[in-house]
Design a binder for this molecule. Structure first.
Ligand SMILES: [Zn+2]
Ligand SMILES: [Zn+2]
Length: 335
């Protein structure tokens, strides 16, 4: 007798018995277990808020546009502008430094609230970020009919390729530099306990959450913009080589970021470099200036979950691991 016909007969026999109101103990037990399992599953769903929206209508966050293609560094450096300034929307700007200025070609983020603007990072090498940011702020102010706006200069972390333009900002009026020390960063953003608590900065009708994520650097932070649903992850998650200097800290920080984003709308995860090519599992070698086929800047929460999964698979033993859109790269020299 085939398994299928046995199943058909058993099912038939059950139907007949049920019609006559007869149930075996096993069937009662089976029904009881099914009900129990269903309620446990519902509880699990209720307890696990997913980053969902009730309708596919934009999830209530302010939308924007990312560049289809970013400048890299060539092929003719004479024809490449020093900076690409991309308005994501009229109050959120993404700036990319040219690879012709410095091969790191980092991304900077400029976010405007009603009372203050915040800049994340100041560039690499001979960065003249102060000039391009001042121009962008002036254009923003003109469009809003304002004389200007105070600027806060923060950093995704303290590595040289993200702080090189600091000096230019120190010389400017109406600029507050977030101290490049753990205590200074903690105090500025009101982070009660580093790295377990989340801090905040209110730019005026626009709140950013500040999440400590040490591991790539002891000062690494992520920023979550409630207005756009954008999560800025610095060098800790981007399409490229994720250099992990303190592995246990990095694992804990990734887990905290997964927890932080649980139930929140995440429109984009934006980091500070692109080193991956558009070919899955393939990167551009370190030091590449011109990347004609580079990966998109934007990642999603899915890649954050992949990162957490990859780290968990290492079972406490740091190992290089290439994923589709990034590579975990432990114990590399400081950059
Ligand atoms: Zn770094
Ligand atoms: Zn970097």
């Amino acid at each position: 007798m085939s398994g299928q016909s046995r199943l058909r007969i058993t099912t038939e026999a059950r139907r007949t018995r049920r019609k006559h109101g007869e149930f075996t103990c096993y069937e009662f037990l089976d029904v009881f277990l099914r009900v129990l399992r269903c309620s446990l599953v519902s509880c699990a769903f209720l307890g696990t808020a997913l980053p969902q929206a009730p309708q596919p209508d934009g999830a209530g966050v302010r939308p924007g546009t990312l560049a289809a293609k970013w400048i890299t560094g060539g092929p003719d450096c004479g024809a490449v502008p020093d900076w690409q300034v991309q308005p994501y929307n009229e109050d959120f700007y993404i700036l990319r430094e040219s690879g012709c200025t410095n091969y790191e070609k980092p991304f900077l983020y400029l976010i405007f609230g009603k009372e203050r603007a915040l800049l994340e990072d100041t560039g690499a090498g001979k960065s003249d970020a102060a000039r391009v940011v001042t121009e962008t702020v002036a254009k923003w102010a003109a469009a809003k009919g304002r004389s200007g706006i105070p600027l806060i200069v923060a950093h995704s972390h303290a590595h040289g390729d993200h702080v090189a333009g600091d000096a230019g900002f120190r010389a400017l009026p109406h600029v507050t530099m977030v101290p490049l020390t753990l205590e200074g960063t903690r105090e500025f953003f009101g982070i009660a306990k580093w790295p377990d608590s989340v801090g905040q900065i209110d730019l005026g009708e626009r709140v950013l959450d500040v999440i400590p994520i040490p591991g790539h650097d002891s000062l690494s932070i992520a920023l979550y913009d409630w207005q756009t649903g954008i999560l800025l992850t610095g060098d800790s998650l981007y399409p490229g080589r994720l250099y992990v200097r303190d592995f246990p800290e990095f694992v804990r920080s990734t887990a905290r970021l997964v927890e932080f984003t649980r139930g929140k709308i995440v429109a984009h995860v934006l980091g500070t470099h692109i080193e991956e090519s558009s070919t899955p599992y393939k990167d551009y070698p370190a030091g590449t200036k011109y990347q004609p086929e580079e990966h998109a800047l934007e990642l999603a929460r899915g890649q954050l979950l992949e990162l957490a999964e990859a780290l968990a698979a290492m079972n406490g033993k740091p190992a290089r691991m290439a994923m589709r859109d990034f590579t975990v790269w432990p114990q590399q020299p400081r950059r």
